[in-house]
Design a protein around this ligand. Structure first.
Ligand SMILES: Nc1ncnc2c1ncn2[C@@H]1O[C@H](COP(=O)(O)OP(=O)(O)O)[C@@H](O)[C@H]1O
Ligand SMILES: Cc1ncsc1CCOP(=O)(O)O
Ligand SMILES: [Mg+2]
Length: 246
C-alpha cells in the first residue's frame, strides 16, 4: 500500500510550539554523555523542561511525571542498560510516550539488542540517521505501525500508510556533535503535547530545521552556529515559520 503523504502548515507547527510553551512538558532524557548539555539547552530554548537522571534506582521515580521519555544509546553504560527496563515499565504504567535514538546501532550487537527491547514497548517512535534506520529495517518489518523518523537533508517521517517529509535545516547541523540527539529530544517535547506522533515529529523537525536556517545566516562557522541555533529556536514564531514554509 502506498503511503498517504501529508503536509503540515506554519499554523499547525505554531500551534504545537504554543502548546509546548504553555505546558512546558518535562522530557526525561536517558542520553549520552556527549550530547547531554546541548540536548538540555535545546529543550529549554524550545520551552520544554529537561531532566537527565540516569541512576537505575531513581530513574523510574524521576521519569514518572514526565510528558515524554527519550532513550538514547550513544554512550550506553552498564548503569544505563539497567535503567532502560525501568523506563519502559514506567512509560507503560503511566502511558508516557517514548522516543528512541539508536545512536551507532550499526556498530554494536548490544545496541541492536537494546533497540529490540525498546521496540517491544508501548507507544515508541524511533528517530535516527539514514545509516541507523537502514540497519533497523528488519526489526521494523513486523511492526509497520511504529513511527520511524529518518533525518538528513530531507527528514522522512513514516508509518503504515502515512508519510511526511521536512526539507529544512543546514549542513552545519552535521558539524556540531549532539544536534541529532537534540532533535530526538525536541520530537519528544512535541510528542508530549501532541497525540499524533507523526504530526509531533514533523512540527519538531520543521521548527528545528528553520531555526537551523536562521542560525546559519547569523553564524560564521559550526561553533557560532551552535550558539545561534539555540537563540533562533528560542525566538521562533509563526511569522518566521510562515516566511520559510511557503
Ligand atoms: N545536509 C543537511 N542539510 C540540512 N539539514 C540537515 C542535513 N543533514 C542533517 N540535517 C538536519 O540535522 C539534524 C540532525 O540530523 P542527522 O545529521 O541526520 O542526525 P545525527 O546527528 O543523529 O546523525 C536534523 O534536524 C536534520 O534535518
Ligand atoms: C560522538 C558520539 N559518540 C557517542 S554519542 C555521540 C554523539 C552523537 O550525537 P549525534 O548523533 O547527535 O551527532
Ligand atoms: Mg545521532
Amino acid at each position: 500500500m502506498s503511503a498517504f503523504s501529508e503536509k503540515l502548515d506554519a499554523a499547525g507547527v505554531a500551534s504545537i510550539l504554543a502548546r509546548v510553551a504553555e505546558r512546558r512538558p518535562r522530557v526525561h532524557c536517558l542520553t549520552n554523555t556527549v550530547a547531554q548539555n546541548v540536548t538540555a539547552n535545546m529543550l529549554l530554548a524550545f520551552g520544554a523542561m529537561p531532566s537527565m537522571a540516569g541512576h537505575p534506582d531513581e530513574v523510574a521515580a524521576v521519569a514518572a511525571g514526565a510528558g515524554a521519555i527519550l532513550i538514547n544509546l550513544g554512550t550506553i553504560s552498564p548503569e544505563g542498560e539497567r535503567a532502560i527496563p525501568k523506563l519502559l515499565a514506567v512509560a507503560q504504567e503511566h502511558r508516557i510516550p517514548l522516543v528512541l535514538d539508536p545512536v551507532f546501532v550499526e556498530l554494536s550487537p548490544l545496541r541492536l539488542r537494546l533497540v529490540g527491547d525498546v521496540l517491544a514497548s508501548f507507544d515508541v517512535l524511533v528517530r535516527g540517521n539514514a545509516t541507523e534506520m537502514a540497519v533497523l529495517e528488519p526489526l521494523f518489518v513486523p511492526k509497520r505501525d511504529i513511527v520511524r523518523v529518518t533525518t538528513g537533508a530531507v527528514d522522512r517521517i513514516e508509518t503504515e500508510g502515512r508519510s511526511l517529509s521536512v526539507a529544512h535545516g543546514h549542513a552545519w547541523m552535521t558539524k556540531v556533535t549532539g544536534l541529532g540527539c537534540a532533535s530526538s529530544a525536541l520530537v519528544a517535547a512535541c510528542r508530549a503535547v501532541e497525540p499524533d506522533p507523526m504530526i509531533a515529529a514533523a512540527a519538531a523537525l520543521t521548527a528545528y530545521g528553520i531555526a537551523g536556517e536562521i542560525a546559519a545566516e547569523r553564524a560564521t562557522g559550526p561553533g557560532s552556529f551552535a550558539m545561534h541555533l539555540i537563540d533562533a529556536l528560542a525566538g521562533l514564531d509563526e511569522a518566521a515559520l510562515a516566511a520559510r514554509m511557503s
